[in-house]
Design a protein around this ligand. Structure first.
Ligand code: F6P
Length: 327
């Protein structure tokens, strides 16, 4: 039997769009690593930092007072070089020059695809899922989602106040270019009357939304809240159309990157801490090329390539319930 390679030195980076809770995950990786006497190397600005050798050794005190911070102390980036053979070869070569035994990547789908390419070049990769969008196929939870939804809910609460005072309609655009999880959740917990999300983009009919607004007004509703996902777009136009057709004063609000920042919620800190711990533990147990996931109430260690082949889809029932509760 082949002897298991002893893990001595690991690298950690955050990649792609930042997500609240990334710092809690970095903290967990650094401290679990140090607890088990590993050298932990922090890599700055995502894969760019690996390619350019922007690294620093990290100790437990380097992650003091970061649990509560949004953003990422390691900084992050989207890295076009990782789309090229040259960039990938260079990243794998630097990993070897640094004598790393594993690379922990905290990020979303695009970052995982980068990991798969590096794994084919001999890099031992471990993924920790982090994106506010929740759109990763192999896990029911991604770090940052809960904070982003709470930020959206807070905005909806405030917009409800002013819409109600003025008896207006508010159209609110939340993040999510390709996925509607944030929109549907914000719609539910913010008590919206309708939600438009990318998965239904082709069948969305703004006339139906306008009909719903009018129907609700006729039963005594004095204000309206409509949530639109970024990937659907046309938020300003929808607000204009609603006002023109119904005569109800309508305002559009685009939350944008507001939803990517802020102090992480308890849920995000908890998942980030546990996933960071499990990432290091799995490496110490000899696992290679894996991702950490959370499914059916349990943390799981999945094979990286199998994880990338998994499928998940938005639970449309949540949307149906939003509609039922909006009458
Ligand atoms: O990280 C996910 C996300 O925030 C999406 O919701 C959004 O569409 C995208 O990133 C925006 O990316 P960028 O920050 O590069 O503009």
């Amino acid at each position: 039997m082949e002897e298991q390679k002893k893990i001595k030195k690991i690298g950690v980076l955050t990649s792609g769009g930042d997500a609240p809770g990334m710092n809690a995950a970095i903290r967990a990786v650094v401290r679990t690593g140090r607890y088990f006497d590993l050298n932990v190397i922090g890599i700055r600005k995502g894969y760019n930092g690996l390619i350019n050798g922007e690294i620093k050794e990290m100790y437990s005190r380097d992650v003091s007072n970061v649990m509560n911070l949004g953003g990422t102390i390691l900084h992050t980036a989207r890295c076009p070089e990782m789309m090229t053979t040259e960039g990938l070869d260079k990243a794998a070569a630097i990993y070897k020059i640094l004598s790393l035994d594993a690379l922990i990547v905290i990020g979303g789908d695009g970052s995982y695809r980068g990991m798969a390419e590096l794994a084919k070049r001999g890099v031992n990769c471990v993924g920790i899922p982090a994106t506010i969008d929740l759109d990763m196929n192999n896990t029911e939870y991604t770090i940052g989602f809960d904070t982003a939804v709470n930020t959206g809910m807070d905005a909806l609460n405030k917009l409800r106040d002013t819409s109600s005072s003025h008896e207006r309609c508010s159209v609110v655009e939340v993040m999510g270019r390709d996925a509607g999880y944030i929109a549907v959740w914000c719609g539910m917990v913010g008590g919206a009357e309708d939600v438009m999300f990318p998965e239904e983009k082709d069948t969305i009919d703004s006339k139906e939304v306008i009909q719903q607004i009018l129907a609700n007004r006729s039963t005594g509703k004095r204000h309206n809240l409509i949530v639109v996902a970024e990937g659907v777009g046309g938020t300003q136009k929808l607000a204009k159309d609603i006002q023109e057709i119904t005569g109800i004063q309508t305002r559009a609000t685009i939350l944008g990157h507001l939803q990517r920042g802020g102090s992480p919620t308890a849920t995000d800190r908890m998942h980030a801490s546990m996933m960071g711990y499990y990432a290091v533990k799995a490496l110490l147990e000899g696992r290679e090329n894996i991702v950490i996931a959370y499914n059916k109430g349990q943390y799981e260690v999945l094979d990286l390539f199998e994880a990338l082949d998994m499928k998940k889809s938005l639970d449309k029932e949540i949307y149906d319930v939003v509609k039922i509760l909006s009458i």
